[in-house]
Ligand binder design. Structure first.
Ligand code: ZN
Ligand code: ZN
Length: 345
């Protein structure tokens, strides 16, 4: 089958690899119809994650159709149109019972080497093997566009969980750090949660313009502290959602937060530590949390928002092509000249 293949740090190309086969009775094989390219994939391709071997298939965002179903599957059948979480979960352990699928010890993350569990083949390919398919996959209802379903598996789940974990309340001033696909979907989620003000802080002018065109305010990081003071009567934002990752964005989040602020980071972090001002944290009663989108737990809720018209995540998609276009899309994403690319298989 054709797939996007990792060759070496910085190098991906379209090539032929063996079609995956069922390995466990709880597996399904999905024929991919649409795959997403994500900021996480840029880390993969740069070699930031361990365990990615030359020849591995990249990609973790997809929708498609079940073409082979393991004998133990109870819910899914061959021919079912499906959407997927970007990671797998067993569906019946203590974590899964509580809806905390990310902490399931059966977790594997598609196409990211061994960074988040045992290596699992990626989804920028004609076919992908899906472990624990009854849980990992959801049925794609006919009234949900494929592109929206694709985004629910990762970027929208991530944006929404930031808003949810911060206990965002109607009328809150919400600052989103980062205007990439996840940051923009975080801002749209905050709007859907009835935030009073949503401000996207982003150095890229095109991305600021996108945020402004879709219902948020936008500011360059250098201008953000003064603007937030002006918008909040000098006290700072109730909610700060960090959607970039790294210590600099966390510092900026603190700079924009008011006393008793809730700060939630959904950006990916690789640094081992960060200097947190604990005396201020105590004095100001700050809440700081980290969250990872759970496209399994949030699936039903996000589907309702999309099919009910509250939220259209597909506005972030500004590049559509075929697998042959994927290497160019990777370069453009790295150069931040596009926001979100999807490829049709
Ligand atoms: Zn992703
Ligand atoms: Zn589990």
């Amino acid at each position: 089958m054709r797939a996007l293949i990792y060759r070496s740090p910085g190098v991906v190309e379209v090539g032929e690899v063996p079609r995956p086969a069922l390995l466990a009775p709880t597996d399904a094989i999905v024929k991919v119809s649409l795959a997403g390219i994500c900021g996480t994939d840029l880390h993969v391709v740069r070699g930031d994650f361990p365990g990615l071997v030359a020849g591995a298939v990249v990609g973790h965002e997809f929708v498609g159709e079940v073409v082979e179903a393991g004998s133990a599957l109870q819910r899914l059948r061959v021919g079912d149109p499906v959407m997927s979480s970007d990671f797998t979960a067993c569906g019946h352990c203590r974590w899964c019972d509580d809806g905390d699928h990310w902490h399931c010890d059966q977790r594997a993350f598609f196409g990211t080497g061994t960074a988040f569990g045992p290596a699992l083949g990626g989804a920028q390919a004609e076919y992908v093997r899906v472990p624990h398919a009854d849980t990992t996959l959801g049925l794609l209802p006919p009234d949900c566009p494929s592109e929206a379903a694709l985004l629910m598996g990762d970027n929208l789940a991530t944006g929404w969980v930031a808003v949810e974990r911060a206990a965002t309340a109607p009328g809150d001033c919400v600052v989103v750090i980062g205007g990439g696909a996840v940051g923009q979907l975080t801002a749209l989620s905050a709007q859907a949660a009835a935030a009073g003000i949503v401000l996207v802080v982003e150095p890229n002018a095109q991305r600021r313009a996108f945020a402004e065109a879709h219902g948020s305010l936008a500011a360059h990081p250098d201008q953000a502290p003064a603007l937030v003071r002006r918008l909040t009567g000098g006290v700072g934002a109730e909610v700060v959602l960090e959607a970039v990752g790294g210590n600099g964005p966390l510092d900026l989040a603190l700079a924009l937060a008011r006393p008793r602020a809730r700060i939630v980071s959904v950006g990916a972090h690789v640094a081992e530590s960060w200097a947190f001002p604990v005396a201020r944290g105590f004095r100001d009663e700050l809440s700081l949390g980290f969250a990872i989108g759970d496209g399994i737990r949030l699936r039903r809720r996000l589907l309702r928002m999309v099919t009910g018209g509250t939220l259209d995540p597909t506005v972030v998609i500004d590049a559509r092509g075929t697998l042959a276009d994927a290497p160019a899309f990777y370069r453009q994403l790295a150069a931040q000249t596009l926001l979100k690319a999807v490829v049709t298989l």
